[in-house]
Design a binder for this molecule. Sequence first.
Ligand SMILES: Nc1ncnc2c1ncn2[C@@H]1O[C@H](COP(=O)(O)OP(=O)(O)O)[C@@H](O)[C@H]1O
Ligand SMILES: [Mg+2]
Length: 269
Amino acid sequence: MSANGPRIIAVSSGKGGVGKTNFTANLALFYASLNKKVLILDADLGLSNIDVLFGIAPKYNLKHVLLGEKKIKDIIVTGPLGITILPASSGIRELTKLTDGHRLKLVSELDDFDMAFDVFLIDTGAGISDNVLFFCSAAQETIVVVTPEPTSIADAYALIKVLSRDFGEKNLRIMINTARSEKEAFDTFRKLAIVADKFLNLSIDYLGFLPFEPHVKDAIIAQKGYIAMYPNSAFTKKLAHIGKKLLDNPLNEVKGTIQFFLKKALRVG
Ligand SMILES: Nc1ncnc2c1ncn2[C@@H]1O[C@H](COP(=O)(O)OP(=O)(O)O)[C@@H](O)[C@H]1O
Ligand SMILES: [Mg+2]
């Protein structure tokens, strides 16, 4: 673990299908290729999840831990380059109905799990449901993935608004996905930045963009990350740039350990 503790980064979006999971998986591969120990919490309820991209099939998930049937060490799976995945897309909805007994169980489970990771990425799912908001507000920083479509921009704004107004988030990063040019990406960012400044008095940060890359789908079929299959592509170079920028310039103070994060985000702390 780095001297500054783990980096805990939530990847979110207003609208589904904008590329959160693809970005999270490839960012994880990039960090793993730098010999960082990476943990991904897969909390996206979307169709094509981290496990599909990595070609792994977790047998159990957070739900089994909540039901007391499994321990966290039994549900985690290892992906390419030793990336650890905590499958949580099933079980997240149940978190609102936990009894005190369940809560205590989850706390002791979390305390027992060895969390010596350098980078912790959370694929939160889309929208402004409580789960998404709790993950984002508990993380050190949140990346909002946006595409140039007007609906994606409008939904990203809705998410940013709730995070800043109701959760006091001051530092949000914007990653533009499937942009056809640097200009289109920056224009998209600017549309958001202008309304965030005007109506929320919030300054958002431009993390960068990933181009539209038709071969991203091939990587999913081959069940590898795109950057592993196409190491010299423009997409891979942009992703590496974003990954380094994130590592070198944390936006917020380290908020604590992964256990602390999980208890806060899962509301069992
Ligand atoms: N930069 C990109 N270029 C081309 N296709 C992309 C790109 N990013 C994501 N996709 C595709 O868009 C679809 C949605 O991506 P996904 O990561 O599953 O979105 P989300 O997790 O936000 O729902 C997938 O089919 C994925 O392969
Ligand atoms: Mg997804």
